[in-house]
Design a protein around this ligand. Structure first.
Ligand SMILES: Cc1cc2nc3c(=O)[nH]c(=O)nc-3n(C[C@H](O)[C@H](O)[C@H](O)COP(=O)(O)OP(=O)(O)OC[C@H]3O[C@@H](n4cnc5c(N)ncnc54)[C@H](O)[C@@H]3O)c2cc1C
Length: 405
């Protein structure tokens, strides 16, 4: 006796699971989403939503409500205290979204959840503890003995995925990059004074790195490395960072920190699942890949995985229902191969950003020369294109390709 049954069971109610469930429902298939509820208070986390993900959110019927709340940034600038090294301009991206949107992950999730409710997704509280598969589907066992069954199951249960472990897929560390030992701090703050709200800025100062990303409601995300154990969870701690690393560079007066709304610490991690598929169980989001947040790629990749997977599973259930079971395997394999390859590239790209951000001081002049030469060769625009994700059109080019001039 199953607690719930659906075409697709999704484990995990993060941005990936919500996007997957919403997409399945919008494609006319039934979706049940199971969540243990342990991640309710994790806060702002991922803030950047890139153009390629906005294209997917448009398919999910969510882009207007997200853009109604989000701030927009036109560029990401990399600089040292004396000069700008490169500017990746989002405002010259081809397509409908020539910018990057910023919104705390909590709001993105809340808006996705509202849309999933409206689309008829069924939410089942529970912690997945195991999975059994047969020819017709997969049954997820929940703590306490209940079960939920789907023709397909999506593991969107994050980095420590129970689904991935239950089906025996490995998640090896893909190897480190400079900066892995760093204690990284994040703070969403209310600033006053002259804040550039048009762009994200990443600065390598003598005392460390500093990132400033505009957020809605006049807020600012501050990102920095600090000594082990230190936090940026008080006004004084963030003000010190700004005064030490940003004030020598800023024009037009002192930026003051009025309030710290949220803060967290993390270290860079990089893992890639050995496969994104085991039979009728498929992985998406952090369950399949995790990497440094440099360039704001993690949640974006998860939302795009989710939409491509839901589209794949809609096609697979159609194939089964219309007596074409032989079409199913190639569809599932194409999803798994495409998303693993895209994730591997993103991991390498974010490691590369880490290598640049944490280059040892004696090598910085050489790096800065290299930056200038690369900027002349158009590397900044290639970076904007890569970060935007607009060329990530999924397996079988599920999204219309954007024409790049
Ligand atoms: C401090 C911090 C800062 C970050 N900053 C950024 C950033 O600036 N930019 C960026 O792109 N990314 C950032 N990230 C990463 C980003 O938050 C993740 O990439 C994103 O949340 C992944 O979404 P997901 O849905 O795949 O997984 P998650 O958000 O981890 O969601 C997984 C869900 O599965 C549920 N779950 C887990 N196990 C089970 C189980 N056994 N049964 C049922 N449910 C289960 C959990 O309750 C949770 O709801 C940050 C992460 C952290 C921790």
């Amino acid at each position: 006796m199953y607690l719930a049954e659906a075409d697709v069971v999704i484990v995990g109610v993060g941005p990936t699971g919500l996007s997957a469930a919403l997409a399945v429902a919008r494609k006319g298939r039934s979706a049940v989403i199971v969540d243990s509820g342990e991640d309710q208070s994790v806060g702002s986390r991922a803030i950047t939503i890139h153009a390629g993900t906005l294209r997917v959110l448009e398919q999910l019927g969510c882009v207007e409500r997200i853009l109604a709340e989000a701030a927009k940034i036109s560029a990401m600038q990399t600089r040292n205290p004396r000069s700008v090294l490169s500017t990746a301009r989002f405002d010259s991206l081809p397509g409908k979204y020539p910018f990057a949107a910023t919104l705390p992950q909590t709001r993105t999730q809340a808006l996705l959840r509202a849309a999933a409710n409206e689309a008829g997704v069924r939410f089942v509280p529970g912690r997945a503890v195991g999975i059994e598969q047969d020819d017709g589907g997969a049954t997820v066992a929940l703590e306490g003995g209940a079960t939920v069954r789907g023709r397909f199951v999506i593991g969107a249960d994050g980095m420590h995925s129970t689904v991935r472990v239950a089906v025996g897929i490995g998640y090896p560390d893909t190897g480190g990059s400079r900066g892995d030992h760093e204690n990284m701090v994040l703070a969403d703050v209310v600033p006053s004074g002259p804040v550039d709200r048009s762009r994200a800025i990443f600065l390598t100062a003598r005392s460390g790195v500093l990132g400033l990303v505009p957020l809605p409601l006049g807020r600012l995300r501050v990102i920095a490395n600090l000594a082990d154990g230190a936090r940026a969870d008080t006004v004084d701690a963030v003000q010190r960072l700004i005064d030490e690393r940003w004030q020598p560079v800023a024009n037009g007066g002192r930026v003051r920190i009025e309030e710290v709304v949220w803060s967290a610490r993390f270290r860079f991690r990089h893992h890639l699942a050995d496969s994104f598929r085991a039979g009728r169980v498929l992985l998406a989001g952090d369950a399949g890949h995790v990497h440094s947040p440099a360039g704001g790629q993690g949640m974006n990749l998860g939302i795009r995985d989710a939409w491509y997977l839901a589209s794949t599973l809609a096609a697979a259930t159609d194939a089964e229902d219309s007596g074409r079971p032989a079409d199913v395997e190639p569809l599932l394999d194409a999803y798994a191969a495409n998303r693993r390859a895209v994730a591997a590239k993103v991991i390498e790209a974010t490691n590369q950003i880490g290598r640049v951000m944490f280059v040892p001081t004696p090598l910085r002049p050489f790096l800065h020369l290299a930056f200038r030469a690369a900027a002349l060769a158009g590397a900044s625009q290639k970076q904007a294109l890569a970060l935007s994700g607009i060329l990530d059109t999924g397996p079988h080019t599920l999204l219309e390709p954007v024409q790049v001039p």
